[in-house]
Design a protein around this ligand. Structure first.
Ligand SMILES: *Cc1c(COP(=O)(O)O)cnc(C)c1O
Length: 366
């Protein structure tokens, strides 16, 4: 006899992050985790220095100063924001914990972010995956197929918008159509981790939809454009009833003083965010074009990474991965996302982008 976990937990494949090291290679170009090549605003380090004086005092439990800074930046009601000191992943986890019962179904697309499956299984619920549409732009969430897959057991629909690792997004109208087709008691979770990068005019992170609905939550993170992945800070904007639920189940001091001050500083540095968006837009376009010139399929991306597909045969994905690794570049294999032919490349510094593209060109020419 020994303690046994809930049904479903042993079906989980533990999440493995992007590789950071290569044996025998000194200078590594890590383009495997969609981190910001520009790092955080300099104001973040200064704020963290300031927090050192009060490490012995419990943080303010509701992350009030951070919620107010986020609310001011986005024109939101601070009472409808919940923050997390363990990334937006923890917001997603809390939503699954709160709204999924054993046997319930959580719906997401075939190549959706892996965390959705993990948090569904952790609650003994059933992951239901829906095939995506292959368009001229790449793989896209199929709204009609998603709606067709809703059953009386469906409790949550998770959509990353833009999605990782495909890079595609649903327009404001498509998301509204998905929402309109869902029963009122199904929670639509819009994971907008990459929202700041998107420049398309028909994109919306979901704020308006949350504002006018009882069953939509938008999650956001400081891990991507803000360059603070190590700090593990995330938040959500939600209807009052969902906020009430999250505030009951979250840890009482779930955002440290260090994190709160760092988040406020980051949100306040608009210039740094704009610089990061400009860097990404420029290099996303360049990387996409240059890799396409080698004949490889690169899907359109609205985020800070591209999905590169390799053919079968000698120029296959495994061979490309090995070739890049020998040159010190780490991309992300995405077999676990149902994409065994592809590598995901994060947009890095100019040097990193040029290095990765040169290696891919060499690989295809060799
Ligand atoms: C990176 C990422 C997140 C962010 O997770 P954090 O826990 O906030 O670091 C969330 N969703 C998707 C789809 C991501 O790619």
């Amino acid at each position: 006899m020994r303690p046994t976990p809930r049904p479903g937990i042993m079906d989980i494949t533990a999440y493995v992050g992007g590789r950071a090291q290569l044996s025998g290679v000194k200078t590594v170009f890590k383009l495997s985790s969609n981190e910001s090549p520009l790092g955080p605003s300099p104001a973040v380090a200064a704020a963290m220095d300031q927090a050192k004086a009060s490490l012995h005092i419990y943080p303010e439990g509701s992350a009030r100063i951070l919620r107010e800074a986020i609310a001011a930046a986005h024109g939101l009601d601070a009472e409808r924001i919940v923050c997390s000191g363990d990334g937006s992943d923890m917001i997603l986890t809390m939503l699954a914990n709160a709204y999924l019962q054993p046997g319930d179904e959580a719906l997401f697309s075939e190549h959706a972010f892996l965390v959705y499956r993990i948090i569904t299984l952790a609650n003994s619920a059933v992951p239901v995956t829906v095939p995506e549409r292959l368009t001229n732009h790449g793989l896209v969430v199929d709204v009609d197929a998603m709606l067709a897959a809703v059953t009386p057991k469906t409790r949550i629909v998770f959509i990353a918008n833009p999605n990782n690792p495909t890079g595609s997004y649903l327009s404001r109208d498509e998301m509204a159509r998905l929402h309109a087709g869902l029963p009122k008691d199904v929670l639509l979770v819009i994971d907008a981790a990459y929202a700041e990068y998107v420049t398309a005019a028909d994109y919306d992170a979901g704020i308006a939809l949350v504002s006018r609905s009882e069953n939509v939550v938008m999650t956001r993170t400081f891990s991507k454009i803000f360059g603070m992945a190590a700090l593990r800070l995330g938040w959500c904007y939600a209807p009052p009833a969902v906020v009430d639920v999250l505030n009951r189940i979250r840890g009482p001091f779930n955002v440290s003083t260090l994190q709160q001050l760092a988040g406020v500083a980051a949100i306040g540095d608009r210039a740094h965010i704009e610089k990061s968006v400009a860097h990404n837009s420029k290099w996303l376009a360049w990387v996409t074009d240059e890799i396409r010139k080698t004949g490889l399929r690169v899907d359109d991306s609205a985020a800070n990474f591209v999905l590169i597909h390799f053919p079968e045969g000698p120029k296959n994905r495994a061979a490309a991965d090995e070739f890049l690794n020998r040159g010190g570049v780490i991309l992300r294999a995405v077999e676990a996302y149902g994409l065994p032919d592809a590598l995901r490349m994060s947009i890095g510094t100019e040097e990193e982008n040029r290095r990765a593209v040169a290696l891919i060109q060499d690989f295809m020419a060799s």
